[in-house]
Ligand binder design. Structure first.
Ligand code: ZN
Ligand code: ZN
Length: 341
C-alpha cells in the first residue's frame, strides 16, 4: 500500500523562516523585505526580529503571508566584557495567532537597537527571568507549545554551543542546519546537532533559513511548505506538523513509501541519500553530469531489524537528503518508525 511521507497538497509555498528588519538590527523595512522575497518566488515570510514581537499583518496580500514571530536570546554570563566569547541560545518563537502580543518570554534588559522603540508600558511590565540553562530554554518551549505555537533552535555553531548545551532540549520544533546569513560571513552550521537530537527521540525538523539582515543574506535557505491555501491557519499548521522540506538549492518533489521501499523524486541532483538513526545509510549517485531525479530505497530489512534487535521505536527514524552538483542540499524531515509501518 502506498503511503505519502511528503503530503500531497494543492500548493507548495516557498517560505523564509528567519529574517530581521529595521524593527531590530536589519537594514531593510518589513515592506522592502516582502517585495524582495516576493520577487524571488516566496509566498511566506516569518518576521523574526530580535526580542520584541511586532505583527506585520498589514503586509498580507492575496499572494503573500507574513507569520507573527520573534527571536529571543538567552545569554550566558559574560566572563569578559566582550560578547565574542558569550554562549547564547537563540530561539525563534512562532505564534498561532497573527495578532498575538504574547511577550511571555520578554525581558526588558535584553532589548537592544531599534527594538527598544517597540516596547510599550504594558510589555515593559513583563520581566521574564532568563537564565542560561536548558531548564529555562525548555520552559520557553513548553509555554510556546502550550498556546499552540512552536520554537526553533537557531545557529548552534554561531552560538558557540555544543552537545552539552542542547542534548536535553525537549519539545523543540526545528533546528537550523543551514543559516544563510551565518554562511555568508563564514559560520558553517551543520546537521550534526539535528541527528543528535533525533537519536534521543526528539522529533525536530531540519531548517534551512536566511537569518537575513540585508538583501545579500536573503533568499539562500528556505522551507517549501505543503498546504491547500495561503491562509495563516493552514500554513502555520502545515509548518507545525512538518508538512515541508528545507533547502538551499535542490527540490524534493515527492517522498512516499510502498511495499517496503521509500521512493524519492527530486530536481536533477548529484546524489540522493537515505540516512537513519543507525549505521544504515544508502546513497544513489548520478553516473554522469545529467544527474538523477529519482531514487528508491528498500527499508524492509531496516524495519525488521528494529523489531529483531529490540530497538527503541521512538528513536528509530529515516530521513532523506539530496545533494546538488554545486554542493547545495535539500533535507526532508525525519520519519519515525510509527510513520513507516
Ligand atoms: Zn540569532
Ligand atoms: Zn536572527
Amino acid at each position: 500500500m502506498k503511503k505519502q511521507l511528503l503530503p500531497l497538497k494543492k500548493n507548495v509555498y516557498k517560505t523564509a523562516l528567519h529574517v530581521h528588519t529595521q524593527v531590530s538590527d536589519g537594514e531593510l523595512t518589513p515592506e522592502e523585505l516582502r517585495d524582495y522575497y516576493k520577487k524571488h518566488g516566496y509566498s511566506v515570510v516569518a518576521y523574526t526580529d530580535h526580542e520584541v514581537l511586532v505583527e506585520h499583518t498589514d503586509l498580507a496580500q492575496d499572494d503573500f503571508l507574513p507569520i507573527t514571530s520573534y527571536e529571543i536570546s538567552i545569554n550566558a554570563k559574560q566572563k569578559v566584557d566582550c560578547y565574542d566569547y558569550t554562549k547564547t541560545y537563540h530561539l525563534n518563537i512562532y505564534l498561532p495567532d497573527p495578532h498575538a502580543n504574547t511577550h511571555f518570554a520578554f525581558t526588558p534588559s535584553t532589548v537592544w537597537g531599534n527594538a527598544v522603540n517597540y516596547i510599550n508600558d504594558e510589555i515593559a511590565k513583563i520581566n521574564y527571568n532568563r537564565e542560561y540553562s536548558i531548564d529555562c530554554v525548555n520552559d520557553v518551549i513548553k509555554r510556546t507549545n502550550e498556546i499552540g505555537g512552536f520554537v526553533s533552535y537557531n545557529h548552534p555553531f554561531w552560538s558557540l554551543q555544543d552537545r552539552t548545551d542542547y542534548i536535553d532540549m525537549k519539545g523543540v520544533w526545528g533546528i537550523e542546519v543551514y543559516n544563510h546569513g551565518g554562511f555568508d560571513v563564514g559560520y558553517y552550521e551543520s546537521y550534526y546537532p539535528l541527528d543528535e537530537l533525533l537519536r534521543q527521540g526528539v522529533r525536530v525538523l531540519p531548517l534551512a533559513v536566511d537569518d537575513s539582515h540585508n538583501y545579500q543574506q536573503s533568499c539562500g535557505g528556505w522551507a517549501m511548505v505543503m498546504a491547500d491555501n495561503l491562509t495563516y491557519d493552514e500554513v502555520f499548521n502545515a509548518l507545525k506538523k512538518g508538512d515541508m522540506y528545507s533547502s538551499n538549492g535542490p527540490e524534493i518533489k515527492d517522498i512516499y513509501l510502498e511495499d517496503g521501499y521509500v521512493y524519492v523524486k527530486t530536481s536533477k541532483v548529484k546524489q540522493i541519500t537515505l540516512t537513519t538513526d543507525r549505521r544504515f545509510v544508502r546513497t544513489i549517485h548520478a553516473s554522469d553530469d545529467n544527474g538523477i531525479d529519482y531514487a528508491k530505497f528498500y527499508i524492509g530489512d531496516y524495519l525488521d531489524k528494529t523489531v529483531e534487535h529490540n530497538v527503541d521505536k521512538d528513536k528509530a527514524y529515516i530521513r532523506i537528503f539530496v545533494t546538488g552538483f554545486d554542493g547545495s542540499t535539500a533535507w526532508s524531515r525525519a520519519y519515525f518508525y510509527d510513520e513507516l509501518v
